[in-house]
Ligand binder design. Structure first.
Ligand SMILES: [Zn+2]
Ligand SMILES: [Zn+2]
Length: 293
């Protein structure tokens, strides 16, 4: 059986049905970050934003690994039906500091959310810190730090069908034209990925307006990347298919379709896409061969 990545949620920060200007966000999705990697054995979910609630109604054996504990990455846990089913066997992994924060958001006292992993979510059988390398079923997982306020971890998940890399939430180095040493270190991790999800929450003018001749709000230091720089880094590192994710809540469908076309034209490849909520990506080497370099 081939390995499949299901994109359950793509939006960053908050869920949305439309932008402030009224443009719909349905095509690329309005739910926040969640992906699941499955290959016939127990699935691995990366992040449980609001998109995770679409995965499974019955008991499940799976591992959920969190990149960090910002609300857009954990808000779906309380809505995840399999976590409440006592015969489920769900393992939760995050860095120790993020586990603490998740526990605070889902504490037994119900201050933020009425139910918590310890008392109510009987299907959660194990809560453990991430390791540098570990395995779950027949998939290998490697963790590494990304650049994001409060910290964030990226993951490389590898199996016999290939490797998927999660590189969000992450802010690259400020200069949009130059690859700096910290960018190169991340690109080293991207090498060998057949599929990579990269943080491209911003347009260049939304990130550092002056750098590209605009006026506006400066978002440097907020922990997110510019679509085209993130994609370029992944392509230069040799990633097979690049999915830009963590979409801004103010990016509507029409604008994103146009921008996707523009990015492909500038970078000269159709191997870059904006991730679409609900899509399934096959991690099979034979498919990679269909894409032009
Ligand atoms: Zn986020
Ligand atoms: Zn974040």
């Amino acid at each position: 059986m081939t390995t499949e990545i299901k994109v359950l949620g793509t939006r960053g920060s908050v869920t949305t049905t439309r932008t402030k200007s009224g443009e719909p966000t349905r095509l690329f999705g309005g739910d926040t970050t969640s992906y699941v990697i499955q290959n016939g054995s127990d699935p691995i979910m990366v992040d449980m934003g609001t998109g995770s609630r679409f995965y499974g109604e019955g008991p499940l054996r799976m591992m959920a690994v969190f990149t960090h504990a910002h609300p857009d990455h954990v808000a779906g846990l309380g809505d995840f039906t399999p976590a409440y089913i006592p015969v489920s066997d769900i393992e939760i992994r995050a860095s120790p500091e993020h586990l603490e924060s998740i526990a605070l958001q889902y504490d037994a006292a119900g201050q933020v959310f009425p139910a918590g992993p310890n008392d109510f979510m009987k299907g959660i059988k194990r809560i453990a810190p991430i390791e540098k390398r570990w395995s779950y079923g027949d998939l290998e997982i490697e963790s590494f730090p990304l650049n994001h306020p409060m910290g964030c971890y990226g993951y490389l998940i590898s199996g016999e069908d290939g490797r998927v890399g999660i590189f969000a939430d992450h802010e690259h180095e400020r200069d949009l034209k130059k690859i700096g040493p910290e960018d190169s270190a991340i690109m080293k991790k991207m090498e060998g990925c057949d599929v990579a999800f990269v943080d491209g929450a911003y347009l260049p003018q939304e990130y550092d307006p002056k750098q590209v001749g605009y006026e506006g709000v400066l978002r440097v230091g907020w922990g997110h990347g510019v679509d085209i720089k993130a994609a370029r880094m992944a392509l230069e590192a040799g990633v097979g298919r690049v999915y830009i994710t963590h979409h801004s809540q103010e990016h509507g469908d029409t604008m994103m379709l146009n921008r996707e076309r523009e990015i492909r034209k500038i970078l000269g490849t159709d191997r870059v896409s904006f991730a679409r909520q609900g899509e399934k990506i096959l991690l099979a080497p034979i498919l990679n061969a269909n894409f032009n370099v």
